[in-house]
Design a binder for this molecule. Structure first.
Ligand SMILES: Nc1ncnc2c1ncn2[C@@H]1O[C@H](COP(=O)(O)OP(=O)(O)OP(=O)(O)O)[C@@H](O)[C@H]1O
Ligand SMILES: [Mg+2]
Length: 261
């Protein structure tokens, strides 16, 4: 599913969090959004998912303008997003959480064609669990999962809703180097298998340059640059504003932003 953003703008009081941003994400593409802390990356996702209304501009899905729709309606159109861990049921197991998510997805939205018998729900929950690499912890309570598995559960809960565009805000935040790579390989694997349009925000430049085929750089709410990894690596404006002159090491370690929805 193609995601087009046209002249999107959002201010919080005097802070221009996103200003006149136009970006196009091709159907089935794998893109990274990067930029310094406070650049507006999370706000950009919030405007796409409908968590906040934009002040102006448009969000289009396969050419259809969804700007006036709320977040639930956008979810139904296929814009998925990893939930905050808090949105799962902490005392339920991984499997129970996913069965609940699939049940909500196939039941509540009143699409009779989608209704599944209980066995079908369980099968779909297991499929999602397998995709996210959570089968081995199926019977573990969500609250006591490792940090990495909690992040995977967030992603699995988003997958249960069958998104066609998936937005991941710092999927590797708070992880050590090995765990980061395992996480991003998992993300790349599900992008390949699900033919998703996947957009991820990431501060680890080694991961960004290796995994994303297209990179968009935000700075002070504006698009500073967009291009392939090679183009971004050698873009002087990006080096000056974000990458620094030391190469592409992780810049001032991005404080994971957990505060916004
Ligand atoms: N709900 C909000 N209310 C008020 N200001 C906000 C809100 N959300 C974001 N902002 C402000 O908008 C600007 C952009 O914030 P945003 O969280 O989008 O940046 P970011 O690029 O995701 O940063 P980070 O890399 O630290 O996660 C910041 O100045 C932030 O303080
Ligand atoms: Mg952020």
């Amino acid at each position: 599913m193609r995601l087009e953003i046209r002249r999107l703008t959002k201010a919080f009081g005097g802070v221009h969090a996103i200003e006149d941003v136009s970006l196009d994400f091709a159907s089935g593409s794998l893109s990274a959004v990067i930029g310094p802390n406070g650049a507006g990356k999370t706000t950009f996702f919030n405007l796409i998912s409908g968590a906040f209304p934009a002040d102006s501009g448009q969000v289009l899905l396969d050419g259809e303008d969804v700007t006036s729709l709320g977040k639930i309606a956008r979810l139904r159109r296929g814009i998925g997003r990893a939930f905050q861990v808090a949105s799962c049921f902490p005392t339920m197991t991984v499997e129970e959480n996913l069965v609940a998510a699939v049940t909500a997805h196939v039941g509540q939205w009143g699409n009779p064609g989608r209704r599944l018998p209980p066995a079908g729900v369980r099968e779909r929950a297991h499929e999602v669990m397998e995709l996210a690499g959570l089968t081995k912890v199926a019977g573990v309570e969500a609250a006591i999962l490792s940090h990495g598995d909690q992040k995977l559960l967030d992603i699995a809960l988003a997958l249960a809703l069958e998104p066609r565009v998936l937005l991941l805000d710092e999927p590797t935040a708070g992880m050590g180097p090995d765990e980061r790579w395992r996480m991003i390989e998992r993300v790349r694997g599900l992008w390949e298998r699900q033919k998703l349009t996947l957009v991820f925000i990431e501060h680890d430049m080694d991961i960004v340059f290796q995994v994303a085929s297209s990179i968009r750089v935000l700075c002070y709410g504006r698009v500073l640059a967009e291009g392939t990894p090679d183009e971004i690596r050698s873009n002087q404006a990006v080096i000056d504003a974000y990458l620094g002159t030391e190469g592409h090491d992780t810049p001032a370690e991005g404080a994971p932003s957990e505060a916004t929805p």
